[in-house]
Design a protein around this ligand. Structure first.
Ligand SMILES: [Zn+2]
Length: 67
């Protein structure tokens, strides 16, 4: 499983798997955009993958293994 930088939170790079399953829209099969807007709830950093047409497809918690 390869990792790539998929975004950053407050300047800290966030890496995720390049396994495409979690970032492909289940409706249209399109590539979803990573969105860290949901990470500001005080429960930790999470990255939502959002299809421009169909909304959030998955939530990735890249630091789950560190807690
Ligand atoms: Zn879609």
């Amino acid at each position: 499983m390869d990792l790539e930088e998929i975004g950053d939170v407050d300047g800290v790079p966030v890496c995720g798997s390049t396994d495409d399953d979690y970032r492909v829209c289940s409706v249209c099969g399109g590539d979803c955009e990573p969105d860290t807007a949901l990470s500001a709830d005080g429960t930790g950093v999470r990255i939502a993958f959002v299809c421009p047409k169909h909304g959030v497809q998955s939530i990735l918690d890249p630091f789950a293994a560190l807690r």
